[in-house]
Ligand binder design. Structure first.
Ligand code: FAD
Length: 286
């Protein structure tokens, strides 16, 4: 096992994000994805957390199992929302006892229909402080190149992200579809004196409807021309996939041309798209 701060300091990285499955069928799909992605030797993988605690045990179990049973280093996502300080302390202490070394600290937005109480901690920065007070974890935070969707002031949003990164070891980004978005973000962070590494999040579009919905929630602009191309082949799954993979590959190439050498792939618990992009980029054994 390893600390992500050390992994990132040692050179370029690539990482994969998974979510804890809910059903036996989804579990089988994740197992398949893990088996097929392990040979790409990701620098680390991460496992999401259901804000409010809906995946509390499943996130824990999956992170611990990946660390123990595979060659991959797994990071646990954790959100403040709806948890008491004591609950968060329990969750993090248990990770320390299970030798998990990496935690992504998040605010979290539980589904409104659950009507959960707000929780004792609100912002990711408060959770970073709690986590680092419990153990020698490597702690990451989420960054939002196009601004956090709840933010009403772009300048203040950038300052808050810079302050948050100053407390963390690294940042993983929300997905975006235009390399200029990333370079503008990096420029702003640089002007604010941020030296913490940030890694762009890459989301291959395999289904235009679901990614459009995710983009709206995440505050990520979905370029009109890209959406038009995808909508034109909406009834042809293979054609839509091909366009999505080509666009994700091109985004990585544009980022690489500007000096980016690390990527975080949103896998949606499937391996094929990530493997194809890897092969297109000449990374790993594709
Ligand atoms: C890479 C990545 C992984 C994610 N993984 C998960 C996951 O596993 N589970 C999940 O539920 N969600 C996840 N999310 C979504 C995340 O929970 C949401 O973006 C959530 O709305 C905010 O959490 P945060 O940590 O991004 O933001 P925070 O840093 O907590 O900030 C949230 C908002 O509050 C503002 N703010 C921050 N500090 C203050 C302050 N002191 N005073 C006033 N305002 C403040 C910020 O500007 C921002 O608008 C992920 C997002 C990303 C980018």
């Amino acid at each position: 096992m390893a600390k992500i701060a050390d992994i990132l300091a040692s050179g370029p990285s690539s990482s994969f994000e998974f979510f804890p499955p809910k059903t036996p069928a989804a579990e089988a799909q994740l197992e398949q994805a893990l088996l097929e992605l392990e040979p790409l030797h990701p620098s680390f993988v991460s496992v999401t957390y259901g804000a409010g605690g809906s995946t509390r045990e499943r996130t824990h179990d999956l992170v611990v199992r990946i660390n123990r049973e595979t060659s991959m280093t797994a990071m646990a996502h954790l959100t403040c929302a709806a948890h008491s300080r004591a609950e968060l302390t329990d969750i993090v202490t248990r990770y320390r006892e299970c030798e998990v070394e990496n935690i992504l600290s998040l605010g979290g937005d539980p589904p409104k229909e659950l009507g959960l109480p707000p929780g004792e901690l609100t912002y990711a920065t408060e959770l970073v402080a709690l986590v680092t007070g419990i153990g020698a974890f490597s702690v990451g935070v989420a960054v939002h190149p196009e601004g956090h969707p709840a933010s009403t002031n772009a300048t203040e949003d950038r300052h808050r992200q810079a302050e948050k990164l100053a407390l963390a070891d690294f940042g993983l980004s929300q997905f975006f579809f235009d390399a200029d978005v990333w370079f503008e973000f990096l420029g702003d962070l640089d002007a604010l004196g941020v030296s913490t590494p940030v890694i762009p999040g890459i989301m291959p579009v395999l289904n235009v409807k679901s990614v459009k919905r995710m983009s709206e929630m995440a505050g990520a602009a979905f370029p009109a021309e890209f959406e038009r191309k995808l909508r034109a082949v909406e009834d042809d799954e293979d054609a839509m996939r091909a366009i999505g993979i080509e666009a994700a590959t091109q985004l990585c190439l544009d980022l690489m041309a500007g000096g980016v050498d690390s990527f975080h792939f949103y896998t949606l618990n499937r391996s094929t798209a990530t493997r194809e992009i890897y092969a297109n980029l000449g990374l790993g054994s594709g």
